[in-house]
Write a protein that binds this ligand. Structure first.
Ligand code: UT7
Length: 325
């Protein structure tokens, strides 16, 4: 069986920093509320760059880090809930920008768990011998689907992209991935698309809903705290690995309190979790690869380190990956 290893990482976030104090001028909120309820201090918000622009820049950095040319890529997967368009897929736009002329390309939507879902798809394609080198990007411009008048949501999210290259290898890399979903709770985190309207309908659909993210925060919070802890426990158990052997857990970055709750339930020090949500807010599918690239860039990862990536989000979906660096 072929092994699959992370060969390179990259990230890109827009330059524009929006602080909690900036948001106090937009909605009835405060730095105090946002900081204590979420841990977020600031986020990056695009001033015009679209999802493919962020994805392309993160991908370039990942290719440089893997010392690989775009022509060596066999497949590009972009995990996103905020694509540039219904079609072409954001992955196809990135394929064109990179000049990755031998690569197939498609988007995948599993919301904030999208990056871990994409890892599983890519891993299986490499393991089976279909492909050798796959670029995965988690990329979001959530600011275009946020209601900037809704304090319940607009303070939580940010824009950004993170990327990795997965390649076939003789050494063990991705050890295990476990995915899951609970579609019955999908209503808890939503963003509608275009309503059905066509020439054959008896009545024109007047429903002209604004297509913004809406969320039942407490329900998602409950789901998150359960699946994060269980996801970590299960993947460790399945692979007979003790949590003390894990160097870092890279969680989806939505709320400091969710991560804190998880660390207490698992009885591990919070320092095992790599947290950067104070700088970026929740960038959905991009949080895990952005955090991974920061860790890599800071030189905090050594060959052989065991890592866990764990995500949850819209769908509702969840996923955990056990990785040997
Ligand atoms: O990627 C997955 C995405 N989502 C998540 O992971 C989110 C999971 N949920 C959460 O992180 C938390 O539920 C939130 C941060 C969204 C909300 O925190 P909470 O402690 O659950 O607050 P709440 O929704 O229960 O609201 C408490 C109060 C409410 O006021 P009343 O009804 O008690 O008077 C809200 O109206 O806080 C109010 N509130 C705000 N106040 C100031 C809600 N948003 C704000 C705000 N500024 N931005």
């Amino acid at each position: 069986m072929r092994n699959v290893k992370i060969k390179g990482t990259g990230r890109y976030v827009p330059d524009n920093i929006v602080t909690n104090f900036d948001l106090e001028k937009l909605v009835d909120t405060s730095d105090e509320w946002i900081s204590t309820r979420t841990g977020i201090k600031e986020r990056r918000i695009s001033k015009g760059e679209n999802t493919s622009d962020l994805a392309f820049k993160a991908a370039k950095k990942a290719l440089e880090s893997a010392e690989m040319s775009a022509e060596e890529l066999d497949l590009i997967i972009v995990a996103t809930v905020s694509p540039d368009a219904f079609t072409p897929a954001t992955a196809c736009i990135v394929q064109g920008l990179l000049g990755a002329k031998h690569a197939a390309a498609f988007d995948l939507n599993a919301a904030c768990s999208g990056f871990v879902y994409a890892m599983q798809v890519a891993r299986e394609m490499i393991k089976s011998g279909t492909y050798n080198n796959i670029l995965i990007i988690g990329a979001e411009v959530l600011s275009k689907i946020i209601d900037w008048k809704d304090r319940n949501t607009c303070v939580l999210f940010g824009d950004g992209a993170g990327a990795i290259i997965l390649s076939s290898s003789d050494e063990q890399g991705i050890m295990s991935i476990k995915l899951g979903a609970d579609g019955s709770k999908g209503h808890a985190l939503k963003c509608d698309a275009v309503p059905v309207n066509n020439a054959f309908m008896d009545q024109v659909n007047q429903q002209n809903k604004l297509r913004f993210i809406s969320m039942e925060g407490r329900e998602v919070f409950r789901f998150a705290t359960t699946v994060m802890a269980e996801g970590i426990e299960n993947i460790l158990k399945d692979n007979s690995i003790d949590i003390n052997e894990v160097k870092y857990i890279i969680p989806h970055q939505a709320n400091y309190r969710i991560i804190d709750f998880t660390s207490k339930r698992l009885k591990v020090d919070i320092s095992k979790f790599y947290i950067n949500l104070q700088n970026y807010g929740n960038t959905s599918s991009a949080t895990i690869p952005i955090a991974l690239d920061e860790l890599n860039e800071k030189g905090l990862l050594e060959k052989g380190d065991i890592l866990i990536f764990v995500g949850f989000g819209g769908g509702l979906t969840h996923g955990a990956a056990l990785v040997k660096w």
